[in-house]
Design a protein around this ligand. Structure first.
Ligand code: UDP
Length: 245
């Protein structure tokens, strides 16, 4: 950490004016891509993310087919123009890692056993990045899956909790992620509070970790409400239409 850079001021305000446990402003819209089976657009702070779902459909490459269940193949892609220093286009180790952990988190909620040999393909495009894109991508992907009518146990909200200037902070932005001491992305199944994604960079005490988990789980429940609201808006019959019927 660079000790010259102040991430939290004397009044507890962060660089973008938030309190420690505030999420960045968030917006979710379901069903934005007519050609996909399901889709979602999500903004959180300066992150802009698109998720598209196809399937269940024939699994390619065929040798990946599982006769007992569908496989979930997620492709997380960060566009070159999504960050200020041009990112080299195409797949890299980071996107392979993120694609894998998101696939695994989604597999834990999709009823894959209903679709043997099939593939459920999830594409996540990061169009603008400002830290927390894996969480934003997973949150958007589970809304896109629900929009596709995929049989699922639940949605999967996700957020990161981190530490900067010795304080636990919810939903780190880019500055806090770069200059902070820790970053802990997590995702849960809200109905049971099971953790389906957990990673950690940096250092925290056991007490800080416990507290960060508590804050993160509570924030996931907030995000869950926004996910459900996006789906409700997508499928609700407008008042006027209801009157007409
Ligand atoms: N980032 C970047 N270039 C890269 C990868 C990441 O500028 O090649 C930025 C981007 O803003 C990203 C942030 O660093 O959101 C944090 O990246 P990290 O790998 O921690 O993943 P994220 O927090 O986005 O899930």
């Amino acid at each position: 950490m660079d000790s010259d850079i102040v991430m939290v001021d004397d009044k507890g305000k962060r660089v973008d004016g938030r309190e420690a446990n505030d999420l960045r402003p968030m917006k979710i819209e379901a069903g934005v891509l007519p050609n996909a089976d399901g889709s979602a657009y999500l903004e959180i702070g300066k992150n802009k993310v698109l998720a598209a779902v196809y399937g269940p459909r024939e699994c390619h490459p065929r040798h990946l087919q599982d006769p007992t269940k569908a496989i979930v193949q997620c492709k997380y892609n960060m566009q070159s123009y999504s960050v200020s220093d041009r990112k080299r286009p195409g797949p890299d180790r980071r996107s392979a890692e993120i694609s894998k952990i998101i696939s695994e988190a989604l597999e834990s909620v999709i009823l894959t056993e209903l679709f043997p040999r099939a593939s459920i393909d999830v594409y996540i495009e990061i169009m603008q990045a400002n830290a927390g894109t894996r969480c934003a991508g997973l949150t958007a992907a589970s809304v896109a899956l629900a929009d596709a009518g995929m049989p699922m146990r639940d949605l999967v909200p996700s957020v990161a909790v981190g530490k900067a200037d010795g304080k636990l902070l919810l939903d780190l932005n880019k500055e806090e992620d770069n200059f902070g001491e820790a970053d802990l992305p997590l995702a849960i199944i809200p109905k049971t509070d099971e953790v389906v994604l957990l990673q950690m960079d940096g250092h925290m005490t056991k007490e800080e970790f416990d507290s960060a988990m508590k804050t993160g789980v509570a924030a996931c429940h907030e995000i869950y409400e926004m996910q459900k609201d996006a789906l409700r808006r997508r499928y609700s019959v407008g008042e006027e239409e209801e009157v007409e019927e």
